[in-house]
Design a binder for this molecule. Structure first.
Ligand SMILES: Cc1cc2nc3c(=O)[nH]c(=O)nc-3n(C[C@H](O)[C@H](O)[C@H](O)COP(=O)(O)O)c2cc1C
Length: 171
């Protein structure tokens, strides 16, 4: 109730399996009187982290002006963060990893957030959760609330869609 929710959807398949679960989470969150916003990383043309460490100077900003600043600001403000990825070679997809690398200016300023992880796979998550959890562990006092994994076509999995909707509603 009255939480600020940000959903980071990283699949290139907008409306695909993980993105469908993201939409259900957002729908539930809004119905539960929360403020929710979803970003499809596919729609934001952003570069990789250049490891210049300029973001670690007092300015604390990335010099690359490519549309990610708004997303990072929203993450800082959020109470609830959802990371969603399709599984590629038993890992998170490259787009989500590239995004995590670009979180270097803020990763250790994220504090007291609740986290949800959404994955979609043909058969299994493999080690993908480890990498995502490792990134989350760099934030302060994180709470992992739930992991939702869809194997195959999301739109036909009504029980799972309901679970994700309810998680958004109750977040
Ligand atoms: C490059 C690539 C690598 C993949 N590797 C895996 C894998 O290691 N394990 C798996 O279960 N599915 C794998 N898949 C299948 C996707 O995870 C699966 O189709 C998923 O539902 C796509 O999710 P999306 O609709 O959210 O993009 C791979 C797909 C692609 C394109």
């Amino acid at each position: 109730m009255n939480k600020k929710v940000i959903v980071i959807s990283s699949s290139p398949r907008i409306g695909g399996n993980s993105d469908t679960l993201c939409d259900e989470f957002v729908r539930g969150a809004l119905d539960g009187d929360n403020a929710a916003v979803k970003y499809n990383l596919e729609e934001i043309r952003f570069h990789a982290c250049k490891a210049c460490y300029k973001c670690k100077t007092p300015e604390m900003k990335c010099f690359q002006e490519d549309g990610l600043a708004e997303v990072l600001d929203k993450m800082m403000e959020a109470d609830v963060i959802v990371y969603a990825t399709p599984i590629y070679y038993y890992s998170m997809c490259g787009t989500l990893k590239r995004f995590f690398d670009r979180c270097y200016p803020i990763f250790n300023q994220l504090e007291d957030k609740d986290y949800y992880i959404i994955t979609s796979a043909g058969s299994s998550n493999g080690n993908a959760l480890t990498g995502i959890r490792d990134f989350i562990s760099f934030s302060k006092n994180p709470t992992e609330k739930a992991v939702f994994t869809v194997i195959g076509d999301a739109k036909s999995q009504t029980e799972l869609l309901k679970e994700v909707y309810e998680a958004g509603f109750d977040c």
